[in-house]
Design a protein around this ligand. Structure first.
Ligand SMILES: CC(C)C[C@H](NC(=O)CN)C(=O)O
Length: 732
C-alpha cells in the first residue's frame, strides 16, 4: 500500500520500506545500528585511559594526551566521511565499508590487550610493550576513521528515509536517535568497566582489558549486520557530486575576483562573496553566505568541548582517588561516567516538556543561541565543582618526599618498648609491636639513630625521594632492616598490602586474591594489591595456621606486623598490628555528581540545541556540511585540551580545572556578543525566493536581444543553476 510511495512525493516515506505507525520500518534498523555503534564506541572509550595507564603503563599526562588525540581524530574524520558519501560512494555504501574498517579496529584493540601474546616469561606483564602499543594505535586509528566517517552519514541517511511531508516524524526520529546514542553509551559504560575488572589470561590472570574491548568489537559487528539486514528497505539517494568542492571553488573564485578588482575604480559590493557572481549562481552564493555566518559563530564553540570531553580523562582519574563505596553498590572509577547518559535520558525530556515551555510561559524568548550560552556557563560551573572536589581530595593525600627529601617510619618488632632518638626530634618511646604514627621528614643522606638504654647509635642511609620503614629488631645489637615504601597512591583505587614477620619462625601468608609467600623471621614481604571490602588472610607455619580478617577501603597502603607472641591454632586477630602507611581515599565519589549534573545540563542546552541550530540554519544542500562543521568543533576542543595541558603544565590539578572554567567563561562572553548580532534565517524561504527571482530574470533575459558579454556570464550562471536544480530535484 503506502510502502511504495514515490520518493519524490514521499507522502508516507521513501524507498521500499513498510510504514508502521507513520514511520518507515527502515529507520528501526538505523536506530538499532546507532545504539550498537554507540555502545561499541563509548564502551571502548570508557576503559581507554585506564588501559593506557595500567596496561601500557603510560603516565597520566601521556594517557590523557593520546586519549584526546583519539577523540579529536574521531571528530575530524566526519569531513572525510561526508566527502566520500556525497561525491563517490553514497551514504549506504560509505556506512557499510567504514563500519567494516571500524570493526577491524575494535578487534585490533581487543587483541592488543591480550597480555599473554608477548608474555613469554609468564610473569603477567607483556615482554614486548611495542607490539601492544603499535597494535592498539593501529586499532584506534581504524576506529577513528570508522566512527567519524559514518557519523555524519548515519543520521542523514535516517533523515533521508522520510518524505517531504513527514517533518514531525523526522523530528521525533532525531530525538529517538539522540536517546539511542545515550542508551548505548549508558549500557556500555556500565558493562565494560565491569568486564575490565574481571581477571583473565592463559598463563597468568590479569585485568581483562581484552574482554572490555572484545565486547564492543562484537557489538560493532552486530551494528553492521543489523544495518545490512535493512538493506532492501532503505531509500538510497545517489551521490550528488561533492558540494564541499563546489563551495570551496566558489569561495576561491570570490577571493581571487575580489583581489583582481581591488583598485578603487571598481564599486564595492555588499558582501565579499558577491564577487563570485560573475561565475556562480546567486542561489549558491546566498547559501554559502548562510553557511559562513554559522561557521563564524562556531569559532568560540570548541572551548565547550574542551571541558566536556575531560569527563573521560581527568574526571575518571580524579575518581580513582575517591571512595566508591555506595553501601550495597561499589562503583569503579570509570563507571562514574554513566552519570552523564543517565542524566541525558532524564534531562532531555524534562527540558523539552517542562523547563523550556515554562521559560516560554514566563514571556522569555530563550533562543537557541541563548540556550547555548547558558550551556557554556553550566559547563564552567561544572569545572568549578571539579576544582572544589579536587581541593578536598588534595587535603587527604599524603605528602610524599621531593627528590631531595626522604621520609622515615619506625616499627618496633621487639616485645619491649624502645626509646629512639632521631636527629632534630624529641626522644620517642615506641611501645612493643608498634610503629610511629607517621613518617619523619629528612634531607636525603646518612643520619645517626640512637636506641635503647644503655644508648647505642647506628648510622642509616636515607634514599633520596624515598619513603622507608626502619624495622627495629628485638635485640638492638642485631642488624637494622629498612623497607622501601610506596611513594604514590596505589593504582585504580586498590590497596597495597605487605606483611612484616616479627616471629622467630618463617610464616606463609595468603589470601584469596594474593599470595605473599614465605616471609623469613624479622623480614617483610613484597606489596600485593587487594581490592576494597573484607579480606581474610591465612597465616601458616608448617601444618599450623590461623586467620586474620580486616576491611579495606580504596587507595590505602598497610604494613601488617605479625607479633612474636602469635600462637597458631588460636585466633590471631589480636596478634597482628595494622600500620597505616597511606590513608584510604576518604572523599566520596558521590561528590562528583554535582559536576556531572552541571556538565550534562550544559550538554543538553549546548549540544542538543547546537545540533538542531546547525540543521535549521543550514541551506538544504549543505546540511551535511554544517553537521561536519559542528563535529569539527568537537575535534578542535580536544586539541585545545592537549595544548593547554601541555603548555600550562600546572602542578595543581584544581588550578587546571579553574583555568579551564575561566577560559570557558571568557569564550562565553565573546560568543554571547557574536550571538547578539546574529539574525536567524529560514533557509527554505530564502532559497524559494532566490529560485523565483532567478526564474523571473531568466524569462526577462530571453525576451531581450542579448549582448555577447552578458550572455557569456548568464551561460555560466544558467549552467550552475541547472546543475543546482538537478541536484535539489534528485534530493526531493
Ligand atoms: C554531541 C556529541 C559530540 C556526540 C554525542 N554524544 C552524546 O550524546 C553524549 N552524551 C554522540 O553522538 O556520541
Amino acid at each position: 500500500m503506502a510502502d511504495k510511495e514515490d520518493p519524490k512525493n514521499g507522502k508516507m516515506g521513501k524507498g521500499k520500506s513498510k510504514v508502521v505507525c507513520g514511520y518507515p520500518l527502515s529507520i528501526f534498523f538505523i536506530v538499532v545500528n546507532e545504539f550498537c555503534e554507540r555502545f561499541s564506541y563509548y564502551g571502548m572509550r570508557a576503559v581507554l585511559v585506564l588501559y593506557f595507564k595500567y596496561f601500557l603503563r603510560w603516565d597520566d599526562d601521556l594517557a590523557t594526551s593520546i586519549y584526546h588525540t583519539f577523540v579529536a581524530l574521531c571528530y575530524l574524520t566526519p569531513i572525510l566521511g561526508a566527502i566520500v558519501a556525497d561525491s563517490w560512494l553514497g551514504k549506504f555504501k560509505t556506512i557499510i565499508y567504514l563500519s567494516i574498517v571500524y570493526a577491524v579496529g575494535q578487534v585490533a584493540m581487543a587483541v592488543s590487550a591480550i597480555h599473554d601474546i608477548t608474555d613469554s616469561d609468564r610473569d603477567g606483564t607483556p615482554d614486548s610493550m611495542t607490539f601492544h602499543i603499535v597494535l592498539s594505535m593501529v586499532g584506534l586509528f581504524l576506529i577513528a576513521l570508522g566512527t567519524g566517517g559514518i557519523k555524519p552519514c548515519v543520521a542523514a541517511f535516517g533523515g533521508d528515509q522520510f518524505g517531504e511531508h513527514q517533518d514531525r516524524q523526522r523530528r521525533t526520529f532525531f530525538s529517538v536517535f539522540y536517546l539511542c546514542i545515550n542508551g548505548g553509551s549508558l549500557l556500555s559504560t556500565i558493562i565494560t568497566p565491569v568486564l575490565r575488572a574481571q581477571e583473565c589470561g592463559i598463563y597468568s590472570k590479569q585485568k581483562c582489558y581484552s574482554l572490555a574491548f572484545g565486547v564492543p568489537a562484537a557489538l560493532m559487528v552486530v551494528a553492521l549486520v543489523v544495518f545490512i539486514i535493512g538493506s532492501g528497505m532503505y531509500y538510497k539517494a545517489e551521490p550528488q557530486g561533492n558540494i564541499m568542492l563546489d563551495v570551496c571553488k566558489c569561495i576561491g573564485f570570490a577571493i581571487k575576483n575580489r583581489y583582481r578588482h581591488r583598485s578603487k575604480q571598481y564599486p564595492k559590493r555588499q558582501h565579499w562573496m558577491d564577487w563570485a557572481e560573475e561565475k556562480y549562481d546567486k542561489l549558491l552564493i546566498a547559501q554559502i553566505k548562510m553557511v559562513l555566518k554559522v561557521l563564524f559563530l562556531y569559532i568560540p564553540l570548541p572551548m565547550f568541548w574542551t571541558l566536556f570531553d575531560q569527563k573521560g580523562s581527568r574526571w575518571t582519574l580524579q575518581a580513582t582517588t575517591m571512595d566508591g563505596n555506595f553501601g550495597a553498590l561499589v562503583i569503579q572509577p570509570d563507571q562514574m561516567q554513566t552519570v552523564n547518559p543517565i542524566l541525558i535520558l532524564t534531562l532531555v525530556p524534562i527540558m523539552d516538556s517542562l523547563i523550556y515551555p515554562l521559560i516560554k510561559k514566563c514571556g522569555l524568548n530563550f533562543t537557541p543561541l541563548k540556550r547555548m550560552t547558558v550551556g557554556m556557563l553550566l559547563a564552567a560551573i561544572a569545572f568549578v565543582c571539579a576544582a572544589l572536589v579536587q581541593i578536598q581530595i588534595d587535603k587527604t593525600l599524603p605528602t610524599f618526599p621531593s627528590t631531595s627529601q626522604s621520609q622515615l617510619k619506625l616499627l618496633n618488632m621487639g616485645s619491649n618498648s624502645v626509646t629512639v632518638k632521631l636527629p632534630g626530634n624529641d626522644a620517642l618511646i615506641l611501645p612493643a609491636a608498634q610503629a610511629s604514627n607517621d613518617y619523619y621528614m629528612f634531607q636525603a643522606g646518612q643520619i645517626d639513630i640512637s636506641f635503647g638504654n644503655p644508648e647505642m647509635t647506628k648510622p642509616v642511609t636515607l634514599g633520596s625521594g624515598q619513603r622507608q620503614t626502619l624495622l627495629i629488631p628485638s635485640t638492638l645489637s642485631d642488624e637494622l632492616q629498612m623497607t622501601n615504601d610506596l611513594t604514590s597512591k596505589p593504582q585504580e583505587g586498590n590497596n597495597a598490602i605487605r606483611f612484616v614477620n616479627g616471629m622467630k619462625t618463617a610464616v606463609n601468608v595468603s589470601t584469596a586474591a594474593a599470595d605473599f609467600g614465605l616471609i623469613e623471621p624479622f623480614y617483610y614481604s613484597n606489596y600485593s594489591q587487594i581490592k576494597n571490602g573484607k579480606a581474610t588472610f591465612t597465616l601458616r607455619s608448617g601444618s599450623q595456621s590461623c586467620e586474620y580478617s580486616t576491611n579495606f577501603g580504596f587507595g590505602s597502603s598497610y604494613t601488617f606486623f605479625i607479633h612474636s607472641t602469635l600462637v597458631f591454632g588460636s585466633n590471631c586477630q589480636d596478634s597482628v598490628t595494622a600500620v597505616e602507611d597511606i590513608k584510604p581515599n576518604s572523599v566520596h565519589m558521590a561528590l562528583q555528581i554535582p559536576q556531572y549534573f552541571f556538565i550534562t545540563a550544559g550538554e543538553v542546552m549546548f549540544s542538543v540545541t547546537g545540533l538542531e541550530f546547525s540543521y535549521s540554519q543550514a541551506p538544504s544542500n549543505m546540511k551535511a556540511v554544517l553537521q561536519a562543521g559542528w563535529l569539527f568543533t568537537v575535534a578542535i576542543g580536544n586539541f585545545i585540551v592537549l595544548i593547554v595541558a601541555e603548555l600550562a603544565k600546572i602542578p595543581k590539578q584544581w588550578a587546571e580545572y579553574v583555568l579551564f572554567a575561566s577560559l570557558l567563561v571568557a569564550v562565553c562572553v565573546i560568543f554571547s556578543i557574536m550571538a547578539y548580532f546574529y539574525t536567524y534565517i529560514d533557509p527554505t524561504e530564502i532559497e524559494a525566493q532566490f529560485k523565483k527571482k532567478i526564474n523571473e530574470d531568466d524569462e526577462d533575459d530571453k525576451s531581450k536581444p542579448g549582448k555577447a558579454e552578458v550572455e557569456m556570464v548568464k551561460r555560466d550562471s544558467i549552467k550552475c543553476h541547472d546543475e543546482y536544480d538537478k541536484a535539489t530535484q534528485t534530493k526531493m
